[in-house]
Design a protein around this ligand. Structure first.
Ligand SMILES: NC(=O)c1ccc[n+]([C@@H]2O[C@H](COP(=O)([O-])OP(=O)(O)OC[C@H]3O[C@@H](n4cnc5c(N)ncnc54)[C@H](O)[C@@H]3O)[C@@H](O)[C@H]2O)c1
Length: 437
């Protein structure tokens, strides 16, 4: 593929519009505000803390990623978004109770100034929620137009040069692509006739694609992972990425499974369960929403283990995933994994993982990185699926017919090599022989 000729500079302000001002979105916004003032560190963010090796090891060139490629600075970000409740970002963050009061109070006035725009919502896609702060549009096609108008109004009123959108709203009921999703014309016709196959995620995404605004899908919902959306993204030169932020248990799964596979240790079973007490947990308590999440969580092992090539090691694997809504825990999710593996001569072993994590604390740096990298992609002339951002997702998107990489370290290498390629640096292949010539 031809290397981008010139990356446009990150001049002016970048608008980050978040769909859904819940726990993840407000933790991201408050975290960026705190990082700006030095009140806290953006831990977990590649764009803020990551370095990248360039050239040979003997060259000792390891700049920060944000020194290698032109990224919008934290000071240049303006936040906004949509929700189906009218609470300000401060009220929503206080209710989500992820961050301590001292952190919220330190940026209170800035958070209070962020009032979500009315959301596009139809209850059948998230049966557990009832929204009152909702756009009143007679057709889904008109809902798309309202979101487009919102994006333009935000740009004009805040004086931002560019906008990116990240879906941080609830998990919708499970949907598969239908004929409505087959091409651009079918999708537009389906919007006009209020086709039930089109959910709010797709409406926001379509509006973004029409506006040439990069879109990332942080939930497992059907959003931009269908033919019509990929075609429109290419037509309007819009980068897209998805789906479902890879945060706690799945992050660990894509660290541990490649390790076991690399050593050709066999697996008989992988049982994963979680307790979670935030609103996301409540939404996922609904079987139709859980199914969407389950599909996303189940997908990772097959592509890493390749049971079709190693039937003796992975052909019999039983993989189960459970999530239980348990209010006392709030956002402090606890995940348990029981892994039944076997080694030399088939002797069995077990591994137990108990991850006491914090969902939104793990998701926030992903939202920030995706927004900044998608903006970079747009300024670099990249369009359509950004496979190099698969690093951040449980169900990474890839071109039709391609199996996406789930191995976190392969994804990491791909991301860094893409950054090197963007600026004309040599790709790192880790051969190493050249040091011994
Ligand atoms: N935190 C994580 O580790 C993690 C990982 C992967 C995916 N996710 C996904 O990220 C999303 C957000 O998680 P959260 O913990 O912030 O949930 P949350 O329930 O706190 O926030 C979601 C927000 O979206 C709003 N919303 C729902 N439908 C909407 C619509 N159509 N338009 C506008 N707003 C809408 C809700 O009112 C709510 O405020 C969920 O879908 C979750 O599954 C989170």
């Amino acid at each position: 593929m031809e290397q981008p000729k010139k990356i446009q500079p990150a001049d002016g302000k970048l608008g980050i519009l978040l769909v859904g001002m819940g726990a993840v979105a407000t933790t991201t916004i408050a975290g960026v505000m705190l990082s700006r003032t030095g009140g806290a560190a953006p831990v977990g963010s590649l764009t803020q803390l990551g370095t990248i090796r360039l050239g040979k090891r003997t060259e000792n060139r390891d700049p920060l990623i944000r020194e290698l490629v032109p990224l919008a600075g934290l000071d240049a970000i303006e936040f906004g978004g949509w929700d189906i409740y009218p609470e300000t970002a401060f009220e929503a963050a206080a209710r989500a109770a992820v961050l301590e009061r001292r952190h919220l109070d330190a940026v209170r006035s800035e958070l209070e100034a962020i009032q979500p725009m009315k959301g596009v919502f139809y209850q059948e896609y998230v049966p557990r929620l009832r929204g009152a702060h909702v756009i009143d549009a007679p057709t889904k096609a008109e809902a798309v137009e309202r979101i487009r108008a919102d994006i333009r109004a935000f740009k004009a009123s805040r004086g931002v040069e560019r906008v990116v959108v990240v879906w941080c709203a609830s998990t919708e009921t499970f949907l598969s692509p239908t004929t409505a999703h087959a091409d651009i014309a079918s999708f537009e016709a389906a919007l006009a006739r209020n086709d039930a196959a089109i959910s709010p995620t797709q409406i926001y995404a379509w509006a973004c694609l029409k506006e040439g605004v990069p879109f990332a899908n942080g939930a497992p919902n059907l959003g931009v992972d269908f033919r019509a959306a990929v075609d429109l993204a290419r037509e309007t030169s819009t980068p897209i990425a998805g789906k479902d932020f890879k945060t706690g248990q799945t992050l660990m799964k894509t660290v541990i499974a490649p390790g076991l596979k690399a050593r050709l240790l066999g697996l008989r079973g992988w049982y994963s369960t979680n307790i979670l007490g935030n609103r996301d947990g409540e939404v996922l308590d609904e079987p139709a929403s859980f199914k969407t999440k389950e599909q996303s969580k189940l997908g990772v092992l097959d592509s890493i283990l390749e049971p079709e090539k190693h039937a003796d090691l992975y052909g019999e694997l039983v993989h189960k995933v459970r999530i239980d809504y348990y209010p006392p825990r709030g956002d402090a999710k606890e995940g348990w994994d029981n892994i039944d593996l076997f080694g030399w001569l088939g002797y069995p072993m077990q591994m137990k993982v108990n991850f006491l994590c914090r969902d939104s604390i793990l998701a926030a740096p992903i939202v920030l990185d995706l927004a900044l990298f998608l903006d970079l992609a747009k300024r670099s002339g990249l369009r359509g699926i950004q496979e190099w951002l698969g690093f951040y997702f449980k169900s990474p998107m890839a071109a039709e017919g391609l199996t996406p990489d789930h191995d976190l370290f392969v994804q990491h290498l791909k991301l860094k090599n893409t950054l090197r390629w963007l600026v004309g640096e040599d790709l790192i292949h880790h051969l190493g022989n050249e040091y011994y010539d």
